[in-house]
Write a protein that binds this ligand. Structure first.
Ligand code: UDP
Length: 243
């Protein structure tokens, strides 16, 4: 009998960051359960490799603080609404992951005991050691931040080896590949170049926080079936942002 070789996995613990918009499918708003279920299956296939997984999901499919502020709402209130939107997304993802038999915790930066766990770093680390998927919700818990910064913060706190930023394209391009056919994909790009050229990987505070802690950001397409697992097993196309 021929033994099937298990893929060699470079990472032991990673954080997957996805925008809220990734959950809405073609609906244009809110959560599209089949899309959430598809992403949950991608996460499960990586979990099966033995990788410990943290997740941060944005809230832009429901509410963005800046949009509320632009309509005359006080910015801090609008940002709290955005943070609450991320909790709804986290619960939606938790439901789909658990439907696949995975063990998960939603961990919120804003305590809401009836809904999910409050963020306690040591407790979250213990969950990861027990192979539970930790979905960090409510961003950093502070207005004027984004979930990209929350993802970088939690990845550092959890000692993740990399942030995987799932997007609609397979990496970082010098211009929008959906608009320009001659757009070129970077295989690797430095934090400083991302900041100087405003390449749109993540917002500036998130990139600076990753740079200051030497945390690689791997940008890949979440629309590619098996793409997330493939990269962890050393295949596929993506861009690595590092020093
Ligand atoms: N937000 C915040 N503090 C944080 C994280 C998020 O105030 O630490 C608010 C902010 O208003 C933001 C909204 O939550 O617009 C949704 O997050 P984000 O825009 O990062 O979501 P994404 O674009 O990833 O879907």
């Amino acid at each position: 009998m021929t033994a099937v070789a298990e893929p060699t996995v470079k990472y032991k613990r990673v954080l997957l960051k996805i925008s809220g918009e990734a959950l809405m499918g073609d609906q244009g708003y809110g959560l599209h359960p089949p899309t959430v279920a598809r992403i949950a299956r991608e996460v499960k296939s990586v979990h099966e490799l033995g990788v410990e997984i943290c997740m941060v999901i944005g809230g832009g499919n429901i509410f963005r603080g800046l949009a509320g502020a632009a309509q005359g709402m006080e910015r801090t209130t609008a940002d709290y609404m955005g943070m609450l939107a991320t909790v709804m997304n986290a619960l939606g993802m938790q439901a789909q992951l658990e439907a696949l038999g995975l063990h998960t915790r939603v961990i919120s930066a804003i305590p809401m005991d009836q809904v999910c766990e409050p963020y306690i770093r040591r407790r979250a680390v213990r969950h990861l050691e027990k192979k539970r998927i930790c979905i960090f919700a409510a961003g950093t818990g502070n207005p004027y931040f984004t979930t990209d910064t929350a993802a970088t913060l939690r990845a550092n706190e959890m000692n993740c080896e990399a942030i995987f930023k799932g997007t609609k394209v397979d990496g970082v391009y010098d211009k929008d590949p959906k608009k320009f056919s001659d757009a070129k994909r970077y295989g690797e790009v430095s934090y400083d170049e991302c900041l100087q050229k405003n390449l749109g990987v993540m917002d500036a505070s998130a990139i600076a926080l990753a740079r200051d802690n030497n945390l690689p950001i791997i940008v890949f397409s979440l629309d590619e079936p098996g793409g997330f697992r493939g990269i962890l097993a050393g295949q596929g196309t993506y861009t690595t942002v590092h020093a």
